[in-house]
Design a protein around this ligand. Structure first.
Ligand SMILES: Cc1cc2nc3c(=O)[nH]c(=O)nc-3n(C[C@H](O)[C@H](O)[C@H](O)COP(=O)(O)OP(=O)(O)OC[C@H]3O[C@@H](n4cnc5c(N)ncnc54)[C@H](O)[C@@H]3O)c2cc1C
Length: 284
């Protein structure tokens, strides 16, 4: 399958890239692992590809307890990060993506900007309280990850904006995180993937955030389950999650809603239990 004819530009500065995006039919190209397949299927038909691969948007740094991830950082680079305290949820969700080729080429920013309902890392970014930095010729704006996704492959990102960086707070003592998913055997994408971040205070869950991907039209924060998890105490987790998600209507993809709901319960339970166990380790 061959994409339609397209012009190609590889700018060396962000200013040049933003100028090129003023053309309403232009599209950003990062790792190309989502956009190029869509172009081959003619689901996307840009007239101009603005390849941002040469821009200095790659790498991970830490300052003042905040981790900053350049949008062009690949999954593989994320997984090779040492000594910087990358939260477990993010590491596990990056490791869950595709295969080694996809992790070598696919970028964290591309995964977010694409608005794929089954992107692994988005659940973690939501649960970890990430903030996305979006840049256009008019300036820079910040958007919390849990307000970024608005519909199937639809985000608040404007055509003339580039996602440049992602900020996320590092976890402190008594905090833990985890990502767990149940994957589609054929594609490897999550049928339901959940990330949890837990903060313990004196052995009690004082704060809990859960992000869900794969099961609905957009990744999102599962607020309806968070309150229940704050109150679970030493009781069994799965029935508590099941009750909180009893009314969840899942309409995306194959399989009936009840099947997906069950998978969601399993993924959320596993992510929460692991994050809580890690928080206990961090507390002692
Ligand atoms: C075989 C295969 C298996 C896969 N399996 C998985 C999986 O299991 N789990 C999973 O989560 N993903 C999976 N993926 C998808 C992969 O994670 C994405 O392709 C990748 O993260 C998207 O990043 P990219 O750099 O390739 O983006 P591109 O394909 O270059 O771009 C994707 C979209 O985002 C826009 N964009 C990209 N970067 C920016 C930016 N910085 N600012 C503004 N807009 C931008 C582009 O314009 C385009 O619309 C798979 C892909 C393939 C091909």
């Amino acid at each position: 399958v061959i994409p339609a004819r397209v012009d190609y530009l590889r700018p060396t500065s962000i200013g040049e890239a933003l100028e090129a995006l003023a053309d309403g039919d232009a599209k950003v190209l990062a790792g190309g692992h989502s956009l190029v397949p869509m172009m081959k299927l003619r689901l996307a038909r840009p007239m101009l590809l603005v390849d941002i691969g040469r821009l200095e948007l790659r790498g991970i740094s830490e300052s003042g307890g905040v981790l900053t991830i350049g949008a062009l950082t690949t999954y593989d680079q994320l997984l090779r990060t040492d000594g910087i305290g990358l939260p477990d949820a993010l590491r596990e969700s990056a490791a869950a993506v595709g295969d080694v080729q996809v992790r070598n080429m696919g970028t964290v920013g591309g995964s977010v900007a694409h608005g794929d309902p089954a992107s692994d890392v988005t659940a973690s970014l939501i649960a970890l309280g990430a903030s996305l930095r979006l840049r256009s010729a008019a300036g820079v704006r910040e958007c919390p990850a849990d307000e970024f996704f608005v519909g199937l492959f639809t985000t608040v990102l404007r055509q003339q904006e580039i996602l440049v960086e992602i900020d996320l707070p590092l976890l402190g003592p008594g905090e833990g995180s985890a990502y767990r998913s149940v994957d589609d055997a054929a594609s490897g994408y999550p049928l339901a993937g959940a990330a949890a971040r837990v903060r313990l205070d004196d052995g009690r869950v004082a704060e809990c955030a859960v992000g869900l991907t794969g099961a609905e039209a957009t990744p999102r924060r599962l607020r309806e389950v968070e309150q229940a998890l704050l109150e679970v105490g030493s009781g069994p987790v799965e029935p508590c999650v099941g009750a909180a998600l009893a009314k969840l209507e899942l309409t995306r993809g194959e399989g009936d809603s009840e099947y997906r709901r069950q998978l969601t319960v399993v993924a959320v339970t596993r992510a929460f239990q692991t994050a809580r166990a890690r928080a206990v380790e961090g507390e002692t």
